[in-house]
Design a protein around this ligand. Structure first.
Ligand SMILES: NC(=O)c1ccc[n+]([C@@H]2O[C@H](COP(=O)([O-])OP(=O)(O)OC[C@H]3O[C@@H](n4cnc5c(N)ncnc54)[C@H](O)[C@@H]3O)[C@@H](O)[C@H]2O)c1
Ligand SMILES: [Zn+2]
Length: 354
């Protein structure tokens, strides 16, 4: 499928166990310019040499650059090291970077590519469910600062997204579930048919059935492509993708990014958003129950350890997405529809934080 963004348009190709098919899609890359594959240590072990050899067999001049991975290394120091390596390897303005891995190598490699020589091309080869359904599409890149996550970054669209769902086979269960939280999010905000598909295919989802996963990744990418094409830089509807994230980010931050991973925090955030929507009268109680039930039955958490609600609300105010300290919350208004609300009072929020 295609992400329509004028001269920044690009294609997303999705298949299963088809890594060698990457090469035919790379015709736009000159064989003469040096390339660099950026990945983390774990993905390097799983797939680094396979991708390197494949690229070399396709006639590309390419090297692998590996950084340790994890949020602790998603920072400017890593970007400094990687861009220096790009100089050493002779990458020029016509060069291309390959982001191989989950959202962390994706965001880091995309950011490095966006600032190297004022911006060179990169392609995404996502290997986690989260990266395949979310972070590899849409062109948000960036790294963390000591003060907070993703505080430095750019919009820089990839030139290609190549997805092989067979990578999902080796994902640890917790990482798989984190991606599922984003998958459920798409159904809630955008597509009731897709939400129903998830409800009906829970056992195939649980067993990571490759055919089912391919359909899921395809649907999520189509939704994200649609949203990004309408609102590339999040002036409007792209904000709907933040469902569950304002609560979720607050929960992650208040527990030091150790207690919950991103998807777990988002799942809890979605449940709280649904509860708030139901209590505010914008979501029916039956739709609220369907949301909560799907999250529970796919194995994601819905409740969290007791935190002080004023701490949560203060942390939510600090969210990058809030404007002038005014909270903006995405609430589901049905299965397949959602809206940004800017007028929710603290007392309404406090009431659902239990
Ligand atoms: N740019 C965006 O639009 C966007 C959207 C959502 C999230 N993000 C970012 O994405 C990051 C999270 O991404 P993530 O969850 O993919 O994290 P990640 O990249 O750290 O991957 C999670 C873990 O899985 C391992 N892994 C990756 N592929 C594997 C495979 N096939 N088999 C086994 N293990 C594998 C990684 O080494 C890592 O340990 C966050 O930093 C977040 O800010 C960005
Ligand atoms: Zn997310």
């Amino acid at each position: 499928m295609r992400v329509e963004l004028g001269d920044r348009s690009y294609e997303i190709h999705i298949g299963n166990d088809w890594l060698p098919q990457l090469i035919p899609w790379l015709d736009f890359i000159p064989r003469t310019s040096a390339m660099m594959i950026i990945t983390d240590a774990k993905v390097a072990e799983i797939a680094g040499n396979r991708v390197l050899e494949l690229m070399r067999s396709g006639g590309f001049k390419v090297e692998l650059a590996v950084f340790p991975g994890g949020e602790d290394h998603k920072n400017l120091t890593t970007v400094g090291t990687l861009t220096e390596k790009m100089v050493e390897l002779g990458l020029d303005r016509h060069s291309t970077v390959i982001a191989l891995g989950g959202g962390i190598p994706g965001d880091v490699a995309g950011f490095a590519a966006s600032i190297y020589m004022r911006g060179i091309r990169y392609i995404q080869v996502p290997t986690t469910l989260l990266a395949q359904v979310d972070s590899s599409v849409g062109g948000k890149t960036g790294v963390n600062l000591p003060q907070g996550k993703n505080l430095v970054g750019t919009f820089h669209q990839p030139s290609l997204v190549f997805i092989d769902v067979s990578f999902i086979k080796t994902l640890p269960e917790r990482e798989y579930l984190t991606g599922l939280a984003e998958v459920i999010k798409y159904g809630i905000i955008w597509d009731s048919g897709f939400f129903g598909f998830l409800e009906q295919n829970q056992s195939a989802i649980g067993s990571r059935d490759q055919e089912c996963l391919q359909q899921i990744v395809h649907r999520c990418c189509a939704i994200k492509a649609d949203i990004v094409a309408q609102d590339e830089t999040e002036g409007g509807i792209r904000a709907l993708l933040n469902l569950g994230h304002t609560f979720g980010h607050a929960l992650e931050a208040l527990t030091g990014y150790r207690r919950y991973n991103h998807g777990e925090a988002v799942a809890i955030g979605i449940v709280l958003a649904a509860r708030l929507a139901a209590e505010s009268g914008v979501l029916s109680s039956s739709d609220h129950d369907r949301i909560q039930n799907l999250i529970v039955s796919l194995g994601l958490p819905t409740s969290y350890e007791r935190l002080v609600s004023s701490d949560i609300i203060n942390q939510m105010r600090k969210d990058k997405k809030s404007v002038g300290g005014q909270l903006q919350l995405v609430l589901p208004t049905g299965i397949g529809s959602s809206q940004v609300f800017a007028n929710i009072s603290e007392s309404q929020i406090a009431r659902v934080l239990y």
